[in-house]
Structure formats: C-alpha cells, structure tokens
Design a protein. Structure first.
Length: 141
C-alpha cells in the first residue's frame, strides 16, 4: 500500500523471457517499462490516458525518475505493479511499488515526476491544469 495515495491502480505483469538475462533476472532498465505500464493503467482509470492528454492540449513528460531495487524480478514471475498519484498541484508525482504476486514480497519501489506542458506553445505549466484536477476529483488548488 502506498502512503498518501490520492488515487491508485494495480496491474499484474508476467516477467517475459526477453526481459531477463542468462541468470533469469529482469534487467534493471525494464523496471522503467513496468512503471510505464502501471502509469498507463492509472491514467486510464482516471479517464485521462495518453490520447485524452493530447486531446486536452497537454503533454506530461517525465522529468525525474527514481528506482530502489530490493529483490530481483525473475523470468515467468507474476509481479503486481502499484502506481499512485501522491502529488498533483505543481507537478505530478507518481509512486510505484512492485511486489511478487504470490508472496507479497516487495521487490522494487520508485517514483516519477511529470510536469504539464502546454502543447500550443511548448511551455511548461507552473500549476497543474484544470483537466487533471477534474480527473482526480479535487478542488482547484
């Protein structure tokens, strides 16, 4: 469970063969992909997937990424990736946790920070646009 979650979502991923090394351990760079899959699921549950973002006139590039590895994910392992919005006013901070589906043991945690960019002028917004607040179900900040 992610503390201070405003909204969260979970997705299960089976670690595929093409993500592992000869020791059957997932390469560290693939965790970014697992975070992305979970983030897409989170945004879809909000009704604000990537196509919705484009339609709203905002892009949300990742400007910061942090990953802390505790235990390795392995080939054919079912992992549960939880993503949760924990900040939204001036930036969007999403925390992630990856657990083994069977045991519940935490394998990884991390976060990303994204900012809204107005696609009309390609300028960063200093406050989250109203569309995000509406999707999160929060009042104006």
């Amino acid at each position: 469970m992610i503390k201070n979650a405003i909204v969260s979502a979970e997705t299960t991923i089976k670690v595929p063969f093409h993500d592992v090394d000869m020791l059957r351990i997932a390469w560290h760079g693939h965790y970014v992909k697992y975070f992305e899959v979970a983030r897409c699921e989170l945004f879809e549950t909000l009704g604000y997937g990537y196509l919705d973002m484009v339609a709203s006139g905002y892009s949300w590039p990742v400007i910061d990424l942090n990953i802390r590895y505790a235990k390795p994910a392995q080939y054919d392992q079912d992992i549960v990736v939880t993503s949760a919005v924990v900040e939204y006013e001036n930036r969007l901070k999403i925390q992630y946790e990856i657990h083994d589906e069977k045991t519940g043991v935490r394998l990884t945690r991390g976060h990303t920070v994204q900012v809204a960019v107005d696609m009309k002028n390609n300028e960063m917004c200093f406050a989250s646009p109203q569309i995000l607040l509406d999707r999160l179900g929060v009042k104006d900040v």
